[in-house]
Write a protein that binds this ligand. Structure first.
Ligand code: XIL
Length: 356
């Protein structure tokens, strides 16, 4: 059970008095003075959540310092690219599990939970699928998708805590996204995916995952409808992932409120891909804003007892997708290129120690 920090909302003196007066019942929501965490892993333990990072498989193999910090700081990992369809089945029927297997093996050695990312998406599909959209019948393509889900989720059956079963299937501004899956299979593909994934790995938590759910209200509303329909139809879905790709040029969005809408349905939520980008060059002021955004996302997660995980999309500016995808922007991670902690890292650790 997760013990949450409602007491942090009242003045410190009152909180302290309450903590001293509260009976120390086992399993009760009793404040105990915790120690200040020195790693994110310790914070994760204190807060009863997973704190994770996306993993770059090449860096994992080649860089001992990257590996060391990853394993010291995180109790959960997500493969940044290695479990995507183009990585595991670059040619039809020709599988390459080397990257995904290496990440899973490292996680198991280091007692890290594994988030599977992602079974169905419109990006990073193998070209044998995207180049042949017109040549596949709907039945063929449905069979291909089913086989993919059964093969990948089946391979790691029992080892994945949560799967991003479906990624980014809602359009910016609302409505279902126009993808190969929607075009060829119709909206029923969504329920099919979750049912297949559940069959392949009955113990994995199954998530819908997307970006801007906290800031694009129409997008959130479509997602909410999709998820509600799935629940009504008895489809196995267990959570919604808020990717959390933020940009300091915009004000901090309402994570807590949007997450609550989902958890009020009885579902879990997770922050699955947090990063906070800025236009370069870096300044102290920008780093302070970044720290506050990372920290506010974490606070929203800690405050919601059904928020299970806070994963960052890469933990170091040495390996971040941001500079390659957002022109002029970067420095989006918790640690810099030399793996030195930035203010954002310290801001996260500062959320610990007050309560266990
Ligand atoms: C990104 C990776 O970080 C890049 O290395 C890759 O080139 C493109 O994809 N949302 C997602 C992630 O769900 O899979 C994306 O990852 C970032 C946006």
């Amino acid at each position: 059970m997760k013990l949450r920090s409602a007491l942090l909302l009242v003045p410190a003196t009152l909180a302290l008095a309450a903590a001293l007066l509260a009976p120390a019942t086992a399993g009760g929501a009793t404040a105990r003075p915790g120690h200040a965490p020195t790693t994110l892993r310790e914070l994760a333990k204190q807060q009863h959540i997973k704190i994770g990072s996306a993993v770059d498989v090449a860096a994992l193999a080649a860089e001992a310092d990257y590996r060391r910090v990853l394993n010291r700081e995180f109790n959960s990992i997500t493969a940044e690219n290695a479990m995507k369809w183009e990585s595991i089945e670059p040619q039809r029927g020709v599988f390459d599990w080397s990257g995904a297997d290496a990440i899973v093996a490292n996680a198991r050695r280091n007692h890290q939970a594994i988030r599977g990312h992602t079974l169905a998406w419109h990006n990073q599909l193998p070209t044998w699928i995207t180049d042949n959209e017109a040549n596949f019948t709907a039945a063929e393509l449905r069979g291909i998708l089913r086989r993919h889900v059964m093969t990948e989720a089946g391979r790691y059956r029992g080892q994945i805590r949560a799967w991003d079963v479906l990624n980014e299937a809602v359009a910016d501004g609302g409505g279902l996204r126009d993808t190969i899956w929607l075009r060829k299979l119709g909206p029923g593909y969504i329920a099919d995916l979750f049912r297949w994934a559940h069959q392949a790995d009955p113990h994995a938590k199954l998530y819908y995952n997307d970006y801007n759910l906290e800031s694009d209200q129409a997008k959130f509303d479509t997602m909410f409808q999709v998820v509600t329909d799935l629940l009504e139809d008895g489809v196995p879905i267990h959570g919604v992932g808020f990717q959390g790709h933020l940009d300091i040029q915009f004000s901090f969005p309402d994570f807590a409120g949007h997450m609550k809408r989902i958890t009020d349905l009885g579902l879990e939520v997770a922050i699955t891909e947090a990063d906070v980008r800025m236009f370069l060059p870096v300044t102290d002021e920008k780093l302070a804003t970044q720290a506050s955004y990372y920290s506010q996302m974490m606070s929203a997660c800690i405050a919601n007892r059904r928020c299970t995980e806070y994963t960052v999309w890469g933990y170091t500016d040495r390996h971040s997708w941001v500079p390659g995808f957002f022109e002029g922007q970067g420095a989006a991670c918790l640690l810099d290129e030399n793996l030195a902690p930035k203010p954002a890292y310290d801001a996260l650790l500062a959320l610990g120690g007050k309560r266990t």
